[in-house]
Design a binder for this molecule. Structure first.
Ligand code: BGC
Length: 721
């Protein structure tokens, strides 16, 4: 079995934010940033809770970070040794991403000799509310050691503080911290049991937002002294019982059980690439992240755009989930994909309210969706770097394509699993109401034979309020067509329930209306030179390069889009837009058209979103150009392995992990390079491997069956397991 190890072998203070992301561990219930045990909020330390949100005052609503039970440091002969303050003699941070285990080893030169701190920890994959940690201290000289360990409730917040009440206590060897949020009085409870493997006195110091135990000992040279900590995090929002007796749990047993669970996950999800270790490492690292944030066994949750790496992007769910991530889950753990879709189905009321708010019909899903479908996106979502003032943006009100992404995700799920029963669990309403929403956007000029959609922000966010964005119109047509198809299926399969749905929506009338919408919506067609215009008037904009636009920036953090952005009056775009449309509807276009548009738009794309490279990579695969696809694929798969990703939109911090890019890389590997397609209920494989890949193998769930795909020298075999 190939080891999957990510490590950094020296200490670099500048890397603290990036390491917090790339060394992340998680289990879908929470994500633990890859920070060190002695870190506090100044070092972006966070245990980010899935699906729990709070609003403090007028600030943006965001996800909540739990009190931190990993907080630990060491005092030697009365002096504290902690990073980043004390320069280490050596330092190593490691993520074993096959087993989901984070570790560190740090040496400091103290007055009497060298002291060494080691720590290993994991977010239990088998018991989702648990974190386990083993912290070890040794010195090569005799000294007085104090290990300080506890729960730090003074958490890092971007728009906090969220815990308006906090209680710390100690009873029967267990430390407790409960934080209660201000908006909805949600309690986040943390408790921990600690076992030292040496004789010591324990002193507990209980402060307002922190409770710590102090263990003192006199060390013998080169002997290791360890504490094992088992911590449990729960919340008043949980839909599961967490009643383990944490005092009785044993670190090594929990670790073994956790690794077994990871083995089960990898058994289905690992991708093997023969001839390219770097690509194999990167794609499996991407898969690791997708696995660490999957809301397995949890209801009402989806995956935020920055996974569980913090409060970035308000911990909100974007179109990223249905467009880029869900494919991976459909084909490895379909129940997770269903959970993601159920989140949308169950939050339809929020989408209905949003449509109403804009005088539209049906379901207009939130651009930044929080619990209950609450729209987290504000009208002023970027801060102007020059004035420090909030800048009017139109992500919230004009990015209509989000509802289509929900339907697209649902359709992929149905095609990949054959599970139509979801229609009868609310999905049919979702589809119909998304179609009603697009219908209500249609406009028709008196002298024009077709419907248009005006005043839109497409996937390329730099051009706001445009008319007939090719992507949005094509997606609207897709929704109309799918709604017709699924209504017909529903009427056939669920006769009794169809009556109920018919009463609500008048299905015959709805179908007629959808047919009319689909047949008459304006779809941008290739011009004479084969290029499809991204929106009306795009070709009239200044035709310049990404570099020229970049050179016009007066401030590196300046926002490129919006009314005055440097890209707004040019053909330079943020991310795949036409390219996304072409790769999604590849059967509508010839390879020639795809090629021409790839080269026209790719040169004009900043790739300012991590969602961009994978879409272009997929399109390159569909044009038969695996080598061009390769570098874009690597960019996507290495989004969290590469330093220097985009961290700012205006003055808003947007760093964090990039699960959509990771999911996109998976799509490129499987649908692009391996050429997996489904036709008439069957999987087929038409591989187009990059030059240096000699072969590729992986497993795939398809319609309730697990298949092994094996590609060697251009030949492919798909066998049911
Ligand atoms: C992209 C959006 C994306 C969001 C969250 C933005 O930068 O333009 O398409 O949904 O990030 O990943």
């Amino acid at each position: 079995m190939t080891e999957f190890i990510l490590s950094e072998n020296e200490f670099n203070k500048e890397n603290i934010p990036w390491n917090g992301n790339r060394f992340l561990t998680g289990n879908g219930y929470f994500g633990i940033r890859g920070t060190l045990e002695e870190y506090t909020k100044e070092n972006m330390c966070a245990i980010n809770m899935a699906g729990i949100y709070d609003r403090a005052g007028d600030a943006w609503r965001e996800s909540v970070n739990a009190p931190n039970p990993l907080y630990t440091y060491v005092i030697i002969n009365g002096r504290k040794y902690a990073l980043p303050h004390n320069k280490p003699l050596s330092h190593m941070q490691t993520l074993d991403f096959r087993n989901g285990v984070h570790s560190r080893r740090t040496e400091w030169l103290a007055e009497g000799g060298i002291i060494t701190v080691k720590c290993e920890r994991f977010a239990s994959m088998s018991r989702r509310h648990l974190i386990a940690m083993k912290y070890t201290v040794s010195a090569d000289f005799e000294c007085d050691v104090e290990i300080v360990t506890g729960i730090d409730g003074d958490v890092w917040d971007i728009n906090g503080p969220h815990f308006v009440k906090m209680q710390t206590s100690y009873k029967n060897n267990v430390c407790y911290v409960t934080g209660v949020t201000g908006e909805k009085s949600i309690a986040v409870n943390v408790r921990e049991a600690v076992k030292p493997d040496f004789n010591t006195d324990e002193t507990v110091i209980n402060e307002e937002r922190c409770i710590c135990r102090h263990f003192s000992l006199k060390t013998k040279p080169n002997v290791e002294y360890s504490i094992e900590k088992i911590a449990e995090i729960t919340s008043s929002e949980d839909d599961f019982e967490a009643n383990d007796n944490i005092e009785r749990l044993v670190y090594s047993e929990l670790k073994a059980e956790h690794i077994t669970e990871w083995e089960r996950i990898w058994n289905v999800s690992e991708i093997t690439i023969d001839g390219d270790d770097e690509a194999m490492y990167a794609i499996n690292y991407s898969i690791y992240h997708l696995n660490s944030i999957a809301p397995r066994g949890q209801k009402g949750k989806s995956i935020p755009a920055r996974g569980l790496s913090g409060q970035v992007y308000k911990g909100a769910v974007f179109w990223d989930t249905e467009m880029f991530m869900i494919d991976y889950y459909i084909h490895t753990e379909p129940e997770v994909a269903k959970t993601l879709l159920k989140y949308r189905i169950e939050t339809i009321e929020g989408a209905r309210q949003k449509a109403k708010e804009y005088g539209l019909k049906g379901a207009y899903y939130a651009w930044e969706s929080q619990e209950g479908g609450y729209e987290g996106c504000s009208d002023y979502n970027v801060t102007d770097v020059f004035t420090g003032r909030p800048m009017r943006t139109h992500f919230r009100d004009k990015q209509y394509h989000v509802s289509a992404a929900v339907v697209y995700g649902l359709m992929k799920y149905i095609r990949g699993t054959g599970d139509y029963s979801i229609l009868n669990e609310g999905a049919i309403e979702t589809v119909i109401e998304c179609a009603q929403f697009y219908r209500s956007l249609l406009l028709r000029y008196a002298d024009k034979p077709y419907y248009e959609i005006h005043d839109v922000v497409g996937p390329d966010e730099y051009h706001e309020r445009v008319n007939n964005n090719a992507y949005t119109n094509r997606m609207a047509k897709f929704v109309f067509d799918i709604a017709i198809e699924l209504i017909e299926k529903f009427e056939k399969e669920y006769t009794e329930d169809a009556e109920r749905i018919d009463k609500k929506y008048d299905l015959a009338k709805t179908r007629t209306m959808l047919r009319d919408s689909s047949e008459n919506i304006f779809i941008q067609q290739p011009h004479e030179d084969g290029i499809i215009e991204q929106f009306n008037g795009y070709f009239d904009l200044e035709d310049t390069t990404v570099e020229t636009v970049r050179s016009r920036l007066l401030n590196p953090k300046e926002y490129w889009g919006g009314a005055y952005g440097v890209a707004a009056g040019t053909q330079v775009i943020k991310q795949a837009d036409i390219a996304a449309m072409l790769s999604m509807f590849r059967n509508d276009y010839s390879v020639e058209i795809m090629k021409k548009n790839f080269s026209y738009y790719e040169h004009r794309t900043e790739h300012g979103s991590s969602l961009s490279a994978c879409m272009y990579a997929l399109l390159a695969c569909y044009t038969g150009d695996a080598d061009t696809a390769y570098s874009l694929f690597m960019k996507s798969a290495k989004a969290d392995l590469t330093k220097g990703g985009k961290e700012w939109a205006g003055l808003v911090y947007i760093g964090g992990t990039h699960p959509a890019s990771e999911g996109g890389a998976w799509i490129v590997a499987v649908n692009g390079f391996a050429g997996i397609e489904e036709t008439d209920g069957k999987l087929i494989c038409r591989p187009l491997l990059p030059e240096k890949w000699k072969g590729m193998s992986f497993k795939l769930m398809y319609r309730n069956k697990l298949y092994a795909v094996d590609i060697k020298k251009g030949k492919a075999a798909i066998n049911e397991i």
